[in-house]
Design a protein around this ligand. Structure first.
Ligand code: FAD
Ligand code: EGU
Length: 498
């Protein structure tokens, strides 16, 4: 740290702002946090976005860096698998991986409060609630806020940080600067949160340690567990569809048709009541560049890269931003003139990568998440991962359970797709030959003499597909004594593939 303490103004005391405050206070900076809302720690109800979030490796590592991991992990619910709900109410789990590969359901408000209190523990941190950023002058390092009384408050600092979310006022100021790139896209879907209360015995109404998913192509519902044994379900649906369900009856009919098992869980009355009294919220994807202005300002989190939530990475990525910036401040001895441009250079490709992955997943979920192909690919990935834990790491595993740079996750996946596609070609040819031989043999031996027999074989194949879908394949592979044979066979295929 140089002789004089650097003075920083953090605009936005959400998850990322409060986290960055901890990192900078730990470095010995003088930190002022300005937050538009009143202090959430003193509020009864906090309105706003999603109630709970999936916390995974990147967010967890960021918490570790400021010594908060242990504390946070006490107040989460591990989710070890997805639980897929089909139209008949049948549920099947697809594990995330090994025993220690799980994501965590965390309460947004609880996490935010804990981060704010942790920041406040440092001696040189001040907090200004009900202070909304109005404008800033990057040249002079000046920022202007309006408080609840309507007074304007000015400050001058060495460093301005914008962590004021997707509709960032700091970024809006940056947009006036030359060579600033900006792109925003609203997706046609909105989201609405619904509550699944504990059952009559005050227990979780569904299996607790899962991320519950109701994939229905164009519509989707997802539910994460809460500490109070309720779940928060989030319905994703196109806005025009939300609007077309304009009577209680239409809402009920829709749920009966698309999410029948959820009606009892939510409660028919509560369901229509919540639906009719709340508005679907929009989702926006925002890219911009650069993230910094000279040696005076940087934007982090959603302010820099709002992404659609279909990878559960928005917060995780924003918290990882804090690690990346902190490490660059280490490398450059707190010289912002060097650290900030390097931050943009490092982080932009990764933020773009996770933004694209999330958007791609949004498109994929709409088309075929519940189709056999999608599940088979998940199963195949899991099998190959079991066999080659080092080399074959599925995309979601790399994204959620490692800190592999997001842009590297994409290139790794492209490599895998190439091999899988070759594998499919080889298997198809092989299966084709097999079936041809089989039929020929059956014909020769007189076994296939009726349509009935053919139907039997067809049902056998169907059964096999069901069995694979049900997630039995992993156990089966583990039970095989021929794992070595499998390994060499696949290793050879991979060698040929590359
Ligand atoms: P925010 O949380 O938006 O915080 C910004 C703060 O700045 C707020 O406190 C706000 O009041 C304040 N502010 C705004 N303007 C001003 C101003 N002018 N002056 C002063 N203060 C201001 N991410 C995950 O990792 N996992 C998930 O499972 C997940 N699920 C999601 C589900 C949904 C439906 C949505 C919409 C998002 C989800 N996300 C998830 C993303 C996650 O919510 C965001 O990425 C995360 O909240 C970003 O944190 P932030 O601190 O950058 O911004
Ligand atoms: C969406 C909204 C399941 C919370 C992507 C998986 C999400 C979350 C998935 C939301 C999905 C989708 C992954 C995790 C997570 C899955 C993931 C998505 C948490 C590919 C509260 N997604 N989310 N993928 O694999 O990697 O379980 O709002 F439905 S956690 Cl869309 Cl790992």
């Amino acid at each position: 740290m140089p002789e004089t303490k650097k003075h920083v103004a953090i605009c936005g005391g959400g998850l990322v702002g409060a986290m960055m405050a901890c990192y900078l206070a730990k470095r010995g900076y003088k930190v002022d946090i300005y937050e538009m809302r009143p202090d959430i720690r003193l509020m009864d109800v906090v309105r706003g976005r999603s109630i709970n979030l999936a916390l995974s490796c990147r967010g967890r590592e960021a918490l570790k860096g400021v010594g908060l991991e242990a504390e946070i992990v006490k107040n989460v619910i591990p989710m070890r698998a997805r639980m897929i709900h089909d139209l008949n109410g049948k549920r099947r789990p697809i594990p995330y991986g090994t025993k220690d590969q799980y994501i965590m359901s965390i309460d947004r408000r609880n996490l935010n409060e804990l981060l704010l209190s942790a920041a406040e523990e440092y001696p040189d941190v001040r907090m200004f609630f009900s202070h909304k950023l109005i404008s800033c002058d990057f040249h002079k390092g000046e920022a202007e806020f309006r408080n609840e009384k309507g007074d304007n408050i000015r400050t001058q600092v060495d460093f301005i940080i914008g962590t004021d979310g997707a509709f960032s006022a700091v970024r809006q100021q940056m947009m006036k600067l030359k060579l600033f790139d900006y792109q925003q896209v609203y997706i046609p879907h909105g989201y609405m949160e619904l509550n699944i209360p504990p059952n009559n015995n005050n227990e979780f109404a569904m299996e607790a340690n899962y991320l519950h998913i109701w994939p229905r192509n164009e519509f989707m519902m997802i539910a994460l567990p809460n500490l109070d044994r309720s779940f928060t379900a989030t319905l994703f649906m196109p806005f025009d569809m939300f609007e077309s369900l304009d009577t209680e009856e239409k809402v009920m009919d829709f749920f009966k048709e698309k999410f029948p098992d959820s009606i009892e869980l939510i409660g028919a009355e509560e369901l229509t009541k919540t639906y009719m009294s709340s508005k679907a919220l929009p989702m926006v994807s925002i890219k911009c560049k650069p993230y910094h202005v000279g040696n005076k300002c940087v934007i982090l989190g959603d302010a820099a890269h709002a992404i659609v939530p279909f990878y559960g990475q928005g917060m995780n990525c924003g918290l990882e931003d804090c690690i990346v910036l902190n490490e660059l401040l280490d490398s450059y001895n707190d010289d912002l003139t060097q650290a900030l441009p390097e931050y943009t250079r490092m982080r932009h490709p990764d933020a773009t990568a996770i933004s694209d992955l999330a958007m791609y997943n949004y498109i994929e979920m709409r088309s075929h998440v519940n189709s056999t192909m999608f599940l088979l690919r998940k199963q195949l990935d899991n099998i190959l991962h079991k066999l080659f834990p080092q080399t074959w790491v599925p995309l979601y595993t790399m994204v959620s359970f490692t800190r592999t740079r997001y842009h590297e996750c994409i290139s790794h996946r492209q490599w895998q797709d190439k091999i899988v596609n070759r594998g499919i070609t080889i298997t198809t040819i092989g299966a084709g030959l097999g079936v041809a031989f089989g039929l020929y043999w059956l014909h020769k031996s007189g076994a296939v003499n009726s349509i009935g027999n053919l139907m039997k074989s067809a049902r056998l194949i169907e059964g096999l597909a069901d069995w694979l879908k049900a997630g039995k394949s992993l156990e089966a592979i583990e039970a095989t004594k021929d794992r070595k044979k499998w390994r060499t066979m696949i290793a050879n295929a991979v060698k040929q593939g590359t």
